[in-house]
Design a protein around this ligand. Structure first.
Ligand SMILES: [Zn+2]
Length: 304
């Protein structure tokens, strides 16, 4: 499942390439035909990301709610003006695996038509649940867990059920503290609960707990307020880096095999997916267990 930083990158991408544009909305696969008809021909006025959900707002006061789940992804393409949030590093696919359109990539290889050659979106490939098309480009959604049209009051109800999102400036850290400190479940489990904090997935969960030296098995209510606030601040900082970079890197350069340059995949994390390998700080083997049916990684030496 993409973690929250990917959804905030999607928000940025949609606002950048489709903001203020009138969109054709369809469902080539046919499973979203009625919903698409309610949005077709409306102007897209901006998006909202909260946790792992994205909401696209249209000028008839309706929202397209999308949760990518395990297998969902968006693909983008269009003419030379359809470049996304930045001309370098604009993602053309965001979902379970992000493909980046970096500087050296040729427009053709990046799925963008060459100058003057844009003739509309390609024929849909595979099961395209929703297709959005402007004068300059298109976005295809495949494999989402949720894709539905909702009203403003339904939007408020969905967000009301979620915990605060570390990537939204209006989120209140005290609300996170309150939700954690009233629960007897292990903190490792609470961080994955979208009603406690929205947007954190398995990687940010494991890495934040390591960086803060917190034993994932401690009950939420046993943690002091300052400790929980520090954890929130660390999640905010790590996830903001993720939005900027389009990948999750939690290690400090001094803790990597090669401190120079960008982190390699093998150097990007402290404990996530490193079971049995030596801890970068204390050399104890990184532990792995199941917690609420998800893999949990931690260092018993540093987190106690
Ligand atoms: Zn350690």
């Amino acid at each position: 499942v993409p973690e929250g930083h990917s959804i905030h990158r999607l928000k940025r991408q949609f606002d950048s390439v489709f903001g203020g544009r009138r969109l054709s909305v369809s469902s080539p696969q046919g499973r979203f035909t009625a919903g698409a008809a309610r949005l077709d021909g409306q102007i897209f006025t901006g998006s909202l990301a909260h946790g792992k959900q994205l909401f696209l707002r249209f000028d008839n006061e309706l929202y397209l709610r999308v949760h990518l789940g395990l297998y969902g992804a968006w693909d983008f393409g269009g003419d030379e003006t359809f470049r996304g949030a930045s001309s370098i590093g604009a993602p053309r696919r965001i979902g379970e695996r992000e493909i980046r359109d970096d500087g050296g990539t040729s427009p053709k290889a990046a799925g963008l038509a060459s100058a003057g050659g844009y003739a509309g979106p390609p024929d849909p490939v595979g099961a395209v649940r929703a297709r959005l098309v402007s004068d300059h480009g298109w976005a295809d959604l495949r494999g989402p867990t949720a894709c539905e049209v909702i009203t403003g009051s339904e939007l408020a109800a969905v967000i009301g059920r979620l915990g605060p999102d570390p990537l939204r400036p209006e989120s209140d850290p005290a609300e996170f503290v309150r939700r954690v400190r009233t629960k007897g479940s292990p903190i490792g489990q609470l961080l994955m609960n979208q009603e406690i904090i929205a947007g954190v997935g398995n990687i940010y969960r494991a890495e934040t707990l390591f960086r803060q030296g917190i034993d994932p098995w401690l009950p939420g209510k046993s943690l002091g307020e300052q400790k929980v606030l520090a954890m929130w601040a660390d999640v905010v900082s790590l996830m903001e880096d993720g939005v900027r970079d389009g990948r999750i890197v939690t290690t400090a350069p001094r803790d990597r095999g090669n401190p120079a340059g960008p982190a390699s995949a093998a150097d990007a994390h402290y404990v996530y997916n490193r079971a049995g390998l030596g801890c970068r700080w204390c050399e104890a083997p990184v532990a792995l267990a199941q917690m609420a049916a998800r893999k949990l990684y931690w260092c018993p030496g540093c987190q106690n």
